[in-house]
Design a protein around this ligand. Structure first.
Ligand code: AMP
Length: 403
């Protein structure tokens, strides 16, 4: 990271695009710059590379680019020293035309932060891919992030699709089972047979030998390019909060959180990152949301605002959840736990220490693994509960419809 940022700064006029695979990785790089710019400027001024970079081949490669440049170092220092980092990307790299990052799915959460740092440069999502297989491309790269669709390339793998039926928002199964049952096998459709507007789980049979591998993503058919279907990325399928008969998937949680953070706007605070946990070990089971915030203003946020956020999330969740809260009383008030700054970086560091790749890392939107829950709980700075029950109208849930 240090060496790449150093090279990018040394060649700042030549940089035409900045990015990383996922938005979260790119924001991490900006935070790295925030924490290390004075060291980087020292190296640019002296034409040296910090001794903490020990890999000989990396040092050699960077030294080929580096020249002592005090004028550039002064310029970068002056920009980074300014109180506001708004537009820092276009200030440091004035010829940047766009930010090349994936901001679809839950990565859309980072769009306001990217807009802030880039002064609204186009955010370009070029591809939809995984370690197992490359899936598709965005044929309209300059479109708005909310309009992005991916055209699957039929020669990349053999693609099949399992229709997903949503019950009041949540997808039809809690986790992605490894293999398909007989009914599911009959339901599978081929790429040529998908229907516009329908949501599907993606399965791939790859040249490397995976057979009907369940990728775990839910896609929706947005349209066609000639006869090739184009898909919106909706969510990961196996991210589900559940206490009782409720199921809340990634997409629904993301929308609920988006509605809630509107309450923070008057305080000039933004949500840096979030995850969730179904707390069932103590008392009444309830949803816990872990929020890390960043504050541009020093005005403290009153507890009532966080309580309003809890309530808005509950109001935004599906009717099975609200029935559990209001009528069955099987679900307790939703809780928001606010976290110390830097907690999600720590979480990423932890995942990387267990072998995750920094470039492919994605914040888990729901956590279950005890060491991660412990890490989050050890950095809680405040906790708030929903003060009242959300609205729920009998007769509007899947269960009462069935009765
Ligand atoms: P990995 O195999 O770790 O690289 O992760 C692949 C997963 O990343 C996919 O199955 C998706 O869940 C997610 N992903 C990849 N590309 C995109 C994209 N363009 N938009 C949203 N999520 C994506």
């Amino acid at each position: 990271m240090y060496s790449q940022v150093l090279c990018g700064l040394c060649q700042n006029k030549e940089v035409l695009r900045v990015g990383a695979v996922f938005a979260s990785g790119f924001i991490r790089a900006i935070r790295f710059l925030e924490n290390n710019w004075s060291l980087l400027c020292k190296d640019i001024r002296n034409g040296t590379i910090d001794t903490r970079i020990t890999d000989a081949s990396v040092r050699g490669a960077v030294m080929k680019i580096l020249r002592p440049d005090s004028e550039l170092a002064d310029f970068i220092e002056a920009e980074c020293n300014k109180q506001s980092w708004q537009g820092i990307i276009t200030r440091l790299w004035p010829n940047t035309k766009y930010v090349d990052v994936i901001v679809t799915g839950t990565m859309s959460q980072y769009i306001p932060t990217l807009d802030y740092y880039s002064n609204g440069l186009p955010l370009v999502c070029t591809m939809y891919a995984s370690s197992e297989c490359y899936f598709g491309v965005n044929l309209n790269p300059l479109c708005k992030p909310s309009d992005v669709s991916y055209t699957l390339i039929p020669t990349m793998a053999y693609f099949e699709f399992l229709p997903v039926h949503r019950n009041n928002g949540a997808t039809n199964s809690i986790t992605v089972p490894k293999s398909l049952n007989g009914k599911e096998q009959q339901e599978l459709v081929d790429l040529v047979d998908v229907k516009i507007g329908q949501e599907y789980e993606l399965l791939v049979t790859t040249y490397a030998g995976l057979y009907r591998y369940r990728v775990g993503d839910v896609l929706r058919v947005a349209g066609f390019k000639n006869k090739a279907p184009q898909f919106n990325f909706i969510c990961r399928k196996n991210v589900v909060l559940s206490i009782d008969s409720d199921k809340t998937d990634e997409d629904e949680l993301q929308n609920a959180v988006k509605n809630a953070v509107n309450h923070l706007m008057p305080f000039d605070a933004t949500l840096t990152d979030y995850t969730s946990y179904a707390e069932t070990s103590t008392g009444q089971g309830h949803y816990v949301l872990f929020w890390e915030l960043s504050f541009n203003d020093s005005t403290p946020i009153p507890p009532s605002v966080f309580e309003d956020c809890c309530f808005t999330i509950e109001e935004s969740l599906n009717s099975v959840y609200r029935q559990g809260r209001v009528s069955d009383k099987s679900i307790g008030p939703l809780e928001i736990k606010t976290l110390e700054a830097g907690t999600f970086d720590k979480l990423m560091d932890y995942a990387i220490s267990l072998g995750a790749s920094i470039n492919q890392y994605k914040t888990p939107r729901c956590v279950k693994f005890a060491p991660i829950v412990e890490l989050l709980n050890s950095r809680v700075v405040g906790n708030y509960f929903s003060p009242k029950c959300p609205k729920w109208v009998p007769g509007h849930s899947q269960w009462s419809n069935m009765n």
